[in-house]
Design a protein around this ligand. Sequence first.
Ligand code: TXA
Ligand code: MG
Length: 317
Amino acid sequence: MTVHDTIENAAAIIRKGGLVAIPTETVYGLAADATNDRAVARIFEAKGRPQFNPLIMHVANIEMAAQYVHFPPLAEKLAKAFWPGALTLVLPRREDCAASLLVSAGLDTIAIRMPNHKIAQDLIKAVDRPLAAPSANKSGSLSPTLPEHVRDSLGYKVDMILDGGACSIGIESTIIKIDGDSAVMLRPGGITCEEIKSVMGMPLSTTPSAGAQPEAPGMLPSHYAPRASIRLNVVTPKPDEAYLALGHAQVNTPYRLNLSESGDLCEAAANLFAHMRALDDICSAHNLSGIAASPIPMDGLGEAINDRLTRAAAPRP
Ligand code: TXA
Ligand code: MG
């Protein structure tokens, strides 16, 4: 089968209301036709995702996005600078928006991005519709950065998994809500705050205004959680802990994985979820008490990595 045939098969599944796991540069997504209510409902069902948590809609270009949401000048500026790429913009739905209301989960906005991955782009173009796609994992657990992760987490609930190998960034997109000419960061991610601020040429607030609706309902304190418990900012792990290291740490435990020997935060982000999965399995296999994670600097992608680790360590519901 050629690559073209594979994309055509996936497109046929999507058109019929099925679910296809797609590679993106951030993490694998669980994609369905964003204009088909039943198909979008299947995403929630497959992930066990609370209905109040809206989805990101993936488009082929700005023109496709503008058919569904209002695109003020600030949004256009950011999209032109960062699309295709790991930036999701939350924008008001148009009155004639054909996307399922389930995508917005009751909000009057849609989170939208153009992924920087050929397979994802080819599929959106083949279907000629936007794809709603949350990360392709069970709700609340670790995001997938390899096709095997999707298979392990969702298995038969997915009609097809498109194999794009490992995701190059490995951490989800940065989410920015645009409100007229101001912008609020709802989730740190694959594009750093500094990069966004330098294009905006104005401040980027990070705290949603008081009294607003829950801004990114998926941003629950506990999220991205492995089965094992996690302890943060640990320099010396206990003898019965697995260790998530960064840099040249001399740590005396056989149960350790290094996010990046050289301390490179891009490499660390790309390894984060796969290493947490592997350490989780090591904890079960060796009956360890949990995972201890090294301190991670806050610069660059460190902000997004710390965000995910903090949620993984938060008390579980
Ligand atoms: O990199 C990514 O963003 C990946 C890939 C597949 O594109 N997707 C992803 O989707 O991380 P998900 O569903 O795991 O996370 C989407 C986040 C959730 O926290 C959700 O609450 C928030 O986006 N979100 C979606 N629509 C929103 C909206 N209209 N307003 C505010 N937050 C929204
Ligand atoms: Mg997710």
